[in-house]
Design a protein around this ligand. Structure first.
Ligand code: ADP
Ligand code: MG
Length: 234
């Protein structure tokens, strides 16, 4: 994947992303780390086309992220699953395929079944989100994000609402997907996972990229801010 940020600034009341310019190319799974409030989610939303940057240019795989069709070419998984509560896991996916992708009922059903099975939910497809575990619901969200065949999948702390056992299940599922060749940009606080999973790490501090490089930067941080961060996270 290729990510190009060119003088990217994003402002709410104050600047939360500050004049970021960087090109990252040739990696399949990129992790964004940093303390809470450092701008990770904002950057992820901009990269995925969910939010328009205040200033600057952003391209992902040579697509302008502000182009209206770009948003449809990516998948996004939020901190806690945002499945429709009144629909089964299967229907949560078929509705998206039918309404936004023009799938026939039959094709949508097959595709949904296929991705739920890939996430080890083949026997849970007719359950409502409230009747499965948080980890299963989060895996169903991932299945839904994948079902539209996205070019890149963006995950924002996909396990932050889960206990350690469920976290393990979800992270394992994500690892399997990486092995299938899918491309990810992920925000995570689980450093052991970031270390195994990512082939590039971006460390953010106060709206800036304070350090970036291969996962080995976690063992040997060059900046004081990353040293500090690594000393504090488990
Ligand atoms: P992180 O994901 O690293 O915790 P965020 O990108 O969520 O950081 O937030 C960065 C900063 O932007 C924080 O100070 C946060 O309070 C602020 N912020 C995030 N979203 C909004 C919003 N929709 N409106 C106003 N301020 C926001
Ligand atoms: Mg966040």
């Amino acid at each position: 994947m290729k990510i190009e940020l060119n003088e990217l600034t994003h402002r709410y009341d104050v600047d939360v992303l500050r004049d970021l310019t960087i090109t990252i190319e040739g990696y399949k799974s990129i992790a964004i780390i940093g303390v809470s409030g450092s701008g990770k989610s904002t950057l992820l939303r901009i990269l995925s086309g969910l939010e328009q940057p205040t200033q600057g240019r952003v391209r992902v795989n040579n697509h302008d992220v502000t182009a209206p069709e770009y948003r449809n070419s990516v998948g996004f998984v939020f901190q806690s699953h945002n499945l429709f509560p009144h629909l089964t896991l299967l229907e949560n996916i078929t509705i998206v395929l039918e309404k936004t992708r023009g799938y026939s009922k039959k094709d949508a059903h097959e595709q949904a079944q296929r991705f739920l099975s890939l996430l080890h939910l083949g026997d849970q497809t007719h359950k409502l989100p409230r009747n499965v575990s948080g980890g299963q619901a989060q895996r169903a969200s991932i299945a839904r994000a994948l079902s539209v065949d996205p070019e890149v999948i963006f995950l924002d702390e996909p396990t932050s609402s889960l206990d350690p056992v469920l976290t393990y299940d979800v992270l394992n599922a994500i690892k399997e997907l990486r092995e299938l060749g899918m491309e990810f940009v992920l925000v995570s606080h689980v450093m052991s996972f970031v270390h195994d999973f990512a082939d590039y790490v971006v460390f953010m501090k106060d709206g800036e990229i304070a350090e970036h490089g291969p996962p080995s930067i976690l063992e040997d941080p060059q900046t004081e801010s990353l040293q500090d961060f690594m000393a504090k996270v488990p």
